[in-house]
Design a binder for this molecule. Structure first.
Ligand code: CDP
Length: 233
């Protein structure tokens, strides 16, 4: 039985919902690293640190601890505050990729992500008493390449930009955020461009990643496909 699954892919490729459902099916831990970058971005905006201030952002990311709060991973504790829905606000969407470009920010968060995986996986005995979960699903942009290069299963999810925009637009509508599809598409494409072209750990499939185009697949079909793949390993 494998214990480490890395899922990477561009914005709105379905990583979050797929990763969360997969972790539930396998009774694994779940860590959405995107939420950590969003939390640092949220705090930086609050404190007036500009998205191009590499040093200030690096210092901020070094100084704070970002911990997932819920099992679903959609809220975190940062600098003593609990934040959830704020992490999906427009201001954060528009700035998160600019903040995530900086090596100082990445170094600090990657270290926290590795420590989290180590803590939940390493101490089997101690953990067993408190929790039965024996593995972790981690999702992001650089999990298979940088954060967990030894992950036993690496998945890279893709879908056309329009398909991804439609998914995100539906999600936002369901939450009551009324936005037009074209502006969601533009934001996703802008974020993809920054994430793919940055110098430090750009969005890229690991050489040994299994690539899956989810354009025509429902969430359950993607989860099923990954479950099948994880069994043959
Ligand atoms: O949910 P969505 O796909 O829209 O994005 P996310 O996973 O919440 O990530 C938000 C942003 O954080 C990304 O666009 C990246 O700029 C950054 N990020 C990153 O650089 N590295 C990661 N491991 C995860 C997210």
């Amino acid at each position: 039985m494998i214990r480490t699954i890395a899922i990477d892919g561009p914005a709105a490729s379905g990583k979050t919902v797929v990763g969360r459902n997969l972790a539930r099916c396998l009774d694994f831990w779940f860590l959405d690293t995107g939420v950590m970058y969003r939390a640092v971005t949220w705090l930086a905006l609050k404190e007036g640190i500009q998205p191009d201030d590499a040093e200030g952002l690096g210092r901020l990311a070094e100084a704070v601890k970002v911990r997932p709060l819920s099992k679903d991973g959609d809220s975190v504790k940062i600098a003593g505050r609990s934040v959830g829905p704020q992490l999906r606000e427009n201001q954060v969407n528009q700035n998160v990729s600019l903040v995530s470009r900086h090596s100082g920010v990445r170094r600090a968060l990657v270290e926290q992500q590795r420590r989290y995986a180590h803590e939940v996986l390493q101490d089997d005995q101690g953990m067993e008493a408190r929790d039965s979960r024996r593995g972790i699903v981690m999702i992001g942009r650089d999990i298979g390449t940088v954060v967990m290069p030894d992950a036993e299963l690496k998945v890279f999810l893709t879908a056309s930009a329009r398909q991804r925009a439609i998914r995100r637009w539906r999600e936002m509508n369901e939450r009551g955020d009324i936005v037009d599809l074209e502006s969601v598409l533009a934001e996703i494409e802008a974020r993809d461009a920054i994430d793919s072209s940055r110098d430090d750990s750009p969005l890229l499939p690991a050489d040994d990643a299994w690539q899956l185009d989810t354009s025509d697949l429902a969430v359950e079909e993607v989860v099923e496909a990954i479950l099948r793949k994880s069994e043959v390993r």
